[in-house]
Design a protein around this ligand. Structure first.
Ligand code: IPE
Ligand code: IPE
Ligand code: MG
Length: 255
């Protein structure tokens, strides 16, 4: 058993057993605005630092061998924000994609996008397509970025896809299984998250991966996303490793 200590001393909260890592970690990137406000900065400054944090955590996940990382970057509800904040987030997304196109091959990180991308500009859609094309050649950690994503719209989209296939006669309504429905989601082919992390202090799911998180372990922390670090990630993984995942059954050896 290999352990990593996030901090020297008595506190062992961040000890990670690298032989039992979660395969898939999902993160709600929350707390950027409050991080900035506490510093007397505009909310957009928090988004800028948050984008850097994402880079750090994605690299860390790749380094330790997490197979899937899924992050909630912009929800279907986030269009309610002031126009200048939404614009800044889209500019940051463009910057991130341009950098990713230059570095993902070297870093062997695959990118995938989940959500309805139709409202994005043609330029952003083009960059997403480039990232997808590069990802096809790679094998490393699959990082899914949720943009204009909502769990309910995703289920509606999946239902519509299934209905269309029923209409065309390629499937029958009575044949629908959970596995089949999963195949109509944006996350098709990706295992469900083992661990869902929400920084920022809110204790809710905010329409994120409603279907996929049916049996995920939830980890909440007050740390704001821009302050989230490798140590915080280890702390979350260590907490996950202390959970007993019973899936409705009984813990081994408890009978
Ligand atoms: C998360 O941070 C980023 C997005 C939702 C785009 P917030 O902007 O929600 O930050 P808080 O929750 O207001 O601090
Ligand atoms: C969730 O954060 C969405 C993302 C992080 C992209 P929000 O800040 O939008 O969630 P609420 O409004 O607190 O539920
Ligand atoms: Mg928020």
């Amino acid at each position: 058993m290999k352990l990593a200590f996030w901090k020297k001393g008595e506190d062992t909260a961040g000890q990670v057993d690298f032989s039992r890592l979660p395969r898939h970690i999902a993160i709600i990137l929350d707390g950027n605005g409050r991080w900035a406000k506490r510093r007397g900065l505009p909310r957009t400054a928090g988004h800028k630092v948050g984008a850097e944090t994402f880079r750090t955590i994605a690299t860390c996940c790749r380094d330790i061998g997490i197979e899937y990382l899924t992050v909630y970057a912009f929800s279907t509800e986030n269009w309610k924000r002031p126009e200048d904040e939404v614009d800044t987030i889209m500019v940051l997304l463009k910057k991130y994609l341009l950098e990713a196109i230059d570095t993902m091959e070297r870093d062997n990180v695959r990118l995938r996008f989940m959500g309805d991308l139709t409202p994005l500009t043609a330029e952003l859609k083009g960059l997403v397509a480039e990232c997808n094309a590069i990802s096809e050649r790679l094998t490393g950690c699959l990082c899914s970025i949720c943009i204009n994503y909502g769990g309910r719209p995703e289920l509606v989209h999946a239902a519509a896809g299934f209905a269309k296939d029923c209409q065309s006669g390629s499937v029958n309504p009575e044949d629908l299984t959970e596995e089949m429905l999963s195949g109509y989601l944006y996350s098709a082919g990706i295992p469900d998250p083992d661990l869902l992390i929400r920084p920022g202090g809110e204790l809710r799911q905010s329409n994120f991966l409603l279907w996929q998180c049916a049996y995920s372990e939830f980890y909440f922390t007050d740390v704001l996303w821009p302050d989230f670090s490798r140590e915080e990630l280890y702390r979350a993984i260590a907490a996950y490793q202390h959970r007993s995942r019973r899936y409705g059954g009984l813990q081994e050896g408890s009978t």
